[in-house]
Design a protein. Structure first.
Length: 133
């Protein structure tokens, strides 16, 4: 019983750090993607990243949960199983997750920033399926 109580206290003690890190990390990821496309100052990128995070909170939060799945590797106690899982993750799953995150952030920037502020690059290079087919 004491072990379970200590585990609960340990998990709860990391909760504020995890929440603040997830918010900070997503704002930084929005900034990283913006810095590749737009010529903005750092403070403008942070402001835009935070506003985009708030505007797309639920979908971005779901993307955060998916991207945070490797935290579960810390709960694998067998070292050999943990090593094999991490190797498989890094070799096969991580590239797909990173590509998915990049495409997600590009789509949000296209939808909210390019449509309003940069119509000359809005919807360029995107193939959408029509709803009638």
């Amino acid at each position: 019983m004491a072990i379970l109580l200590n585990l609960n206290v340990l998990i709860i003690s990391y909760l504020p750090s995890a929440i603040s890190l997830s918010v900070f990390l997503l704002v930084v990821l929005f900034n990283f993607v913006q810095s590749q496309i737009y010529n903005l100052s750092f403070l403008q990128e942070v402001k835009n990243g935070f506003l985009l995070y708030i505007r797309t909170f639920f979908t971005t939060f779901a993307a955060t949960i998916i991207a945070s799945a490797p935290i579960g590797f810390y709960f694998i106690s067998f070292i050999y199983v943990k090593a094999v899982v991490e190797i498989i993750y890094v070799a096969f799953i991580l590239p797909i997750v990173l590509l998915g995150e990049l495409l997600y952030f590009f789509s949000k920037l296209d939808r909210f920033v390019n449509k309003e502020n940069h119509p000359e690059i809005y919807d360029k290079g995107i193939v959408r399926k029509s709803l009638n087919s």
